[in-house]
Ligand binder design. Structure first.
Ligand SMILES: C[S@@+](CC[C@H](N)C(=O)[O-])C[C@H]1O[C@@H](n2cnc3c(N)ncnc32)[C@H](O)[C@@H]1O
Length: 300
């Protein structure tokens, strides 16, 4: 029987999930508290209404579904950006028109996994697909990997490079690429390039730089199969995460397991969760499935 896990990141000193409920979450990013919509949080909040009403900025959707744009209402003027620190990294937080802040703290739940795999061999190669503002890429580079980071969005890539600079990692080997993931992978396969570690965090729906359409439910299986072909001869692992409310972590597990048929190693899957402070209630934040090859540690 497959066991699904709940994986919470270690606490960050400058980020806290303060409360959730009534379809929203109350978070602290450094000195500022934010209220953002949260589909999963249909339960009642723990903190009194007055606490929520004191938040520095509140995001409201103008219309439509989860990924529709909206507006930030600021109770006091917030800077355009401010820095946050975690795990030897420094990165910019910004309020974007799609409610995101450039930071998904739940992803750091995987950084111990990433660190372990990177440490098992000198300078492994890592491919980060749908890399967004680069936090996982920067973490991997900081720990010694040679990183290739792919994202369709030029502004996200610029943001990632600014985070690299802010983190003092300018000298680390990171190849930053604005590209469509599908086209990029097809090209890499043709060129015979291979990677020891692959991380992908695809959205439910996205567009490449030339308007190429990405749809998770239709394209994930093919993409994961191609990622498996892109693995090196002695690969370390593959990590897949997604924020998809209509999918189960078991689905990601099954996609990964089918694509890895015939390979040794271990797959684990489950949910990335954020722990409310101080109540301790867990908020489901994303799904994941990851494979570790169990490649022997490098000995020379
Ligand atoms: C960070 S991921 C998803 C984050 C989170 N899991 C979620 O769904 O909200 C989104 C990133 O994928 C990128 N993206 C979307 N479609 C893409 C495509 N076809 N090729 C490359 N990157 C793409 C976006 O530019 C964005 O930075």
């Amino acid at each position: 029987m497959v066991a699904l896990h709940l994986l919470a990141p270690p606490p960050w000193p400058e980020y806290a999930l303060l409360d959730t409920g009534n379809g929203a979450k109350l978070e602290r990013f450094g000195p500022y508290t934010l209220v953002r919509p949260e589909t999963q949080a249909i339960w009642r909040p723990t903190l009194p209404e007055q606490v929520w009403q004191q938040a520095d900025a509140v995001f409201t959707k103008t219309k439509g579904g989860e990924e529709s744009p909206g507006q930030w209402f600021q109770r006091r003027p917030l800077p355009d950006q401010w820095p946050l620190h975690a795990n030897n990294l420094t990165f910019w937080v910004r309020l974007t028109p799609f409610r995101h802040t450039g930071v998904f703290p739940e992803h750091s739940a995987h950084w111990a996994w990433l660190e372990r795999h990177i440490a098992s061999r000198p300078a492994p190669t890592a491919l980060v697909l749908f890399g967004y503002t680069g936090l996982s890429s920067l973490f991997a580079a900081e720990r010694g990997a040679h990183v290739t980071h792919v994202d369709a969005s030029k502004p996200a890539l610029r943001w990632a490079q600014e985070n690299q600079h802010l983190s003092g990692l300018d000298a680390r080997p990171i190849r930053w690429l604005v590209d469509d993931v599908g086209k990029f992978i097809a090209r890499e396969l043709r060129r015979g390039r291979r990677y020891d570690l692959i991380l992908l965090d695809p959205p439910v729906f996205g567009r490449g730089p030339q308007g190429e359409i990405w749809r998770l439910h239709e394209q994930l299986t093919g993409l994961v199969e191609q990622c498996v072909q892109l693995l090196s001869e002695q690969p370390l692992g593959l990590l897949l995460s997604a924020y998809a409310t209509s999918m189960s972590a078991l689905t990601l597990h099954n996609v990964l397991a089918a694509a890895l048929t015939g390979r040794e190693g271990r797959i684990s899957a489950g949910e990335l969760v954020l722990r409310e402070q101080p109540a301790g209630r867990l908020l489901p934040a994303a799904l994941y499935a990851c494979w570790s090859s169990g490649a022997p540690p490098h000995t020379s």
